[in-house]
Design a protein around this ligand. Structure first.
Ligand SMILES: Cc1cc2nc3c(=O)[nH]c(=O)nc-3n(C[C@H](O)[C@H](O)[C@H](O)COP(=O)(O)OP(=O)(O)OC[C@H]3O[C@@H](n4cnc5c(N)ncnc54)[C@H](O)[C@@H]3O)c2cc1C
Ligand SMILES: NC(=O)c1ccc[n+]([C@@H]2O[C@H](COP(=O)([O-])OP(=O)(O)OC[C@H]3O[C@@H](n4cnc5c(N)ncnc54)[C@H](O)[C@@H]3O)[C@@H](O)[C@H]2O)c1
Length: 472
């Protein structure tokens, strides 16, 4: 067995682990990085990147099928599903060098393509190497949770880890789970010419603003997705190409393919966490505000830490670790300024509190301002008028924003800046937005906050009349 002593041992080369490793090595620390699977983790190989690439092909198909409204003859697109998947693979391959072993070795990092397992409080074994580290960062991510539905073990099913490799177009895709994965993939597949049924035990996009989630669901239904809410799968059976799902609503749904998108579970089993005195639960490794585990020398970040499960959160966590583990500076992870997006059409983006959360936390102190896309000239010109922005404001400062509509995931960037820096609504009105842009909706929402104060205000009217009377 080979022995290595290092400053920092990072387990998992996904969004979180790669960011910590690169930052630490470039700042002069000795770093060892372990990865048991593909460099780049879930986001690059089975998550964000392939899903957004697939959504892009589906959007093209949808434009072709709906071009009539723009004076162009609509056509039923001929979808070559295998070619779509080839493009998805090419997109991954284009980004992959950024996350590659070679690039990280170039930073001076020792990269071992092995599974890490604790053999002591600050020691892990990976293949034939034992590594002793001053600090350890666990960034092992999550994997699809497969609900124990009777019959599931005996049928072939897809998850996000296999869907993007599928070459034949599903004739009828049944999706269990109406969260972000379920809905993004449902819309992509219906636009690519598949029949799609979504079975969701509760309401779709349960963590989101109800009105925004309803608009997404309504649009998917209009495009042909059969979304069945408050519907759970009771039994699954059949064989490849001829599957069925019996539901609690006494229906038997028959389809050709089954996708499980029913939530995530943390990758912790292989780590032997108890050997290092690290507490964990069903949702992940238990961490404090500084992302430290119950073993003070070990941190957990990203999906495995059981909080918000997004690539940018894993990246944000990496910054906290650099401050804390490398520079010994105090650092706490917050969530109030973290945005999230679901990339259906319409997109749904959220930062900070939803309206319900804000009213629950601050009661009558909250004002909600809204602006609808159909009042935006660019939206009208481009035929993308369905959607709205809603901003929750407390004492002149936004505490949350919800956007549902075209480009919501882009437009939320501005609000990410505002919330991260505690800016006021007046900062938004000071900004000049270029005309005509979709992003103007943010400024118009801010305008709606001030216009009643300005235009329905007797004092303002009195002052204006008085000044006008005095003017020559
Ligand atoms: C279909 C889908 C779409 C998504 N879309 C988005 C999106 O649009 N935007 C967004 O922000 N997020 C999205 N996400 C979420 C995002 O992919 C994750 O939040 C992100 O990848 C988490 O990063 P991570 O570093 O915590 O884990 P991962 O990226 O999963 O990396 C963990 C790595 O650790 C390795 N590993 C595990 N155990 C060990 C061990 N014992 N030893 C060595 N290596 C180990 C794994 O092989 C893996 O490579 C999506 C997820 C899915 C599934
Ligand atoms: N755009 C993005 O940023 C993006 C996209 C995809 C995924 N993600 C990340 O991945 C995470 C996981 O996504 P997800 O959609 O798998 O999880 P999720 O937990 O958000 O949704 C899963 C859904 O499946 C339902 N469900 C569970 N068991 C069921 C059953 N037996 N029958 C019917 N319904 C059942 C749940 O009620 C839930 O609504 C997200 O929370 C997000 O953090 C992000």
């Amino acid at each position: 067995m080979k022995h290595i002593k290092t400053d920092l041992l990072v387990v998992g080369a996904g969004s979180g682990g790669l960011s910590v490793a690169a930052g630490a090595a470039q700042m002069g620390a000795k770093v060892v990085l372990l990865e048991r699977g593909k460099m780049g983790g879930d986001c690059l190989n089975y998550g964000c990147v392939p899903s957004k690439a697939l959504i892009a092909s589906a959007a093209r198909a949808h434009q072709m099928a709906t071009a009539d409204a723009f004076g162009i003859k609509a056509v039923k697109p001929e979808v070559d599903y295998a070619a779509v998947k080839k493009r998805v693979a090419e997109v991954i391959a284009t980004i992959a060098p950024h996350d590659s072993q070679e690039r990280f070795e170039g930073f001076g990092i020792t990269v071992l393509r092995e599974e890490g397992c604790f053999v002591g409080a600050n020691r892990m074994v990976a293949g034939e190497t034992e590594i002793e580290a001053r600090r350890i960062v666990l960034a092992t991510g999550s994997r699809p949770a497969v609900p124990p539905i009777p019959g599931i073990e005996d049928v072939p099913y897809l998850t996000n880890e296999t869907l993007f490799d599928l070459q034949e177009r599903p004739e009828h895709l049944i999706i269990i789970g109406g969260g972000p994965i379920g809905l993004e993939m449902a819309q992509a597949h219906v636009r690519l010419g598949c029949q799609v049924t979504v079975l969701e035990a509760g309401g779709v996009l349960a963590k989101e603003d109800r009105d925004a989630a309803s608009l997404v669901a309504e649009t998917l239904r209009e495009e042909g997705v059969d979304i069945q809410e408050y519907t759970s799968a009771l039994r699954i059976g059949g064989e490849a190409g001829a599957l069925w799902v019996e539901t609690n609503t006494a229906r038997k749904i028959e389809g050709t393919h089954l996708l499980i998108a029913a939530g995530r579970q943390p990758n912790i089993e292989s780590l032997n966490l108890s050997e290092a005195g690290i507490d964990f639960s069903k949702t992940g490794i238990t961490v404090d505000e500084g992302l430290r585990t119950s073993n003070r020398k070990v941190y957990a970040i990203g999906d495995v830490a059981g909080g918000m499960q997004f690539t940018h959160v894993a990246g944000y966590h990496a910054g906290i670790i650099i401050r804390s583990a490398l520079l010994s500076l105090p650092a706490k992870a917050k969530t109030s300024h973290i945005p999230r997006g679901t990339y259906t059409a319409p997109e749904l983006a959220q930062i900070g509190m939803t309206e319900d959360e804000a009213r629950h936390a601050h009661g009558d102190d909250i004002e909600v301002v809204r602006f609808d896309y159909d009042g935006n000239d660019r939206a009208i010109a481009t035929g993308r008028t369905t959607g709205w922005i809603k901003v929750m404001v407390r004492k002149g400062r936004p505490v949350g924003a919800t956007i549902v509509g075209p480009d919501a995931g882009e437009i939320i960037n501005l609000w990410a800046m505002v919330l991260a820096n505690g800016l006021k609504m007046s900062h938004l009105t000071n900004m000049v937005s270029p005309y005509p842009t979709m992003g103007e909706i943010s400024k118009r929402a801010a305008g709606n906050y001030f216009s009643p104060r300005l235009f329905d205000n007797e004092i303002v009217k009195y002052v204006v009349r008085a000044v006008q009377a005095l003017l020559p």
